[in-house]
Write a protein that binds this ligand. Sequence first.
Ligand code: ZN
Ligand code: CU
Length: 502
Amino acid sequence: MPASPIRADLIIRNAQLIDGTGAPPVGGDLAIAGDRIVALGALPAGSSAPSEIDARGKVAAPGFIDPHTHDDNLLLSDPAMTPKVSQGVTTVVAGNCGISLAPLTVAGAPTPPLDLLGDAGVFRFPRFADYLDQLDQTPPAINAAFLVGHMSLRVGCMDRFDRPASAAEIAQMAQRLDDSLAAGAIGLSTGLYYKPSEAAPTDEVISLAKVAKRHGGMYVTHMRNENDRVMSALDESFAIGREAQVPVVISHHKVIGKANFGRSAETLPFLAERAKRQPIGFDVYPYIASSTVLSVDRFNASQRIIVTWSKQRPEVSGRDLADIAREMNTSIEIAAAALQPAGAIYFMMDEDDVQKILKADGAMVGSDGLPHDVFPHPRLWGTFPRVLGHYARDLQLFPLHEAVHKMTGLTAGYFGLRDRGVLRVGAFADVVLFDPATVIDRATFQAPTQPAAGIELVLVNGKPVWRDGAATGARPGRALRRATLDKPMGGWRPARGTTPAF
Ligand code: ZN
Ligand code: CU
């Protein structure tokens, strides 16, 4: 007996379906009803929908998941989320690098690097639940899951940051973290590299990671060191995961500074080896330049510095620090001090390391975009199409379906994003339709806020948020709570060997 026809809200016909699991493309149709995928492949004859799209020559894939963002405030201040939807991103993880918008209130200007999230006044949610409630009331275009930042806890619970937290301060931070995880946050993040956190000993982090463990949470870290001492920083991160029995994600994995070029040959085998013993993941952005606050400490490792914003001299945004210093007739150190507080882009990685890390088994694509910078690093607008168009299609670093896996199914598995990151009957209809022949990033270091090419349609929970090169204005995104998700790295497997799990 032939299957009965499907009545859907939207049918995408004749697409190349890349399902996000790492499987190669197959031709077929995709039917969506409400917020879910209801049929996939060859639809029964007579199936129809009020809206049908002929997608011949196009790829339909799960909407991309950006595991490394600083979109905490953008989700509220610019809910259209254009830098993300224009790339095909349908879910972000916020609260990375130890910096989360909640739970924290700050009266004046936020301490750097908390100011990556915005100006005075943005830190206004004393409880994590208040922040999530606000997102429910004024939803963004895309979904988001949330980490609680160790730095935000420190800034809220300590009077100075150049020392370890006392037992009483750790207890207070643990209480705030516990409340936040109970409200729905999915784990703890740290930025041990940064001034407000660098005096925190490993034990302070372990105490807090143990709180995350009680809620089935994870540990995500911008490590203490990504240059000369990158191996010991990896070791510390893994030890925290083992002591607290939580999965670990290494943020924006890289090796920086000329002296360390080529050292992905050390870090990647180490990651792979340890991943046989404990759940470990990592994300990476596809550029040889990093971006964060402007800091003199970073100068030695960098060949070129572009200023992304400056409170003292807003007009220099987008210019080279060396040129600014020359004009001021002074050193770059003195020029940098005169611009504070400020942000910058640092050219300090080796293209070969970037490619090896991107290609590595288990590497997720993440943007680390900084949405409040005046002249942002192009990763904010370009990361995902750059991996698809530049690295997969043009350089053939890996097949397209593997590139898609690194930004969908792999990521959903690491973070436990239930029914997302995959094209499957019953999964949420977070879908991107793109042209594999033309998809490419257009954001550059000279013109960093250009939308990508080739992203034709983006659906979040079944609703179009990007169509014909423009945001639709729909806001179907959801604040994802821990209780509605799967165990992080629950289905996690290292490439080879056994399957450790906590
Ligand atoms: Zn970071
Ligand atoms: Cu970051």
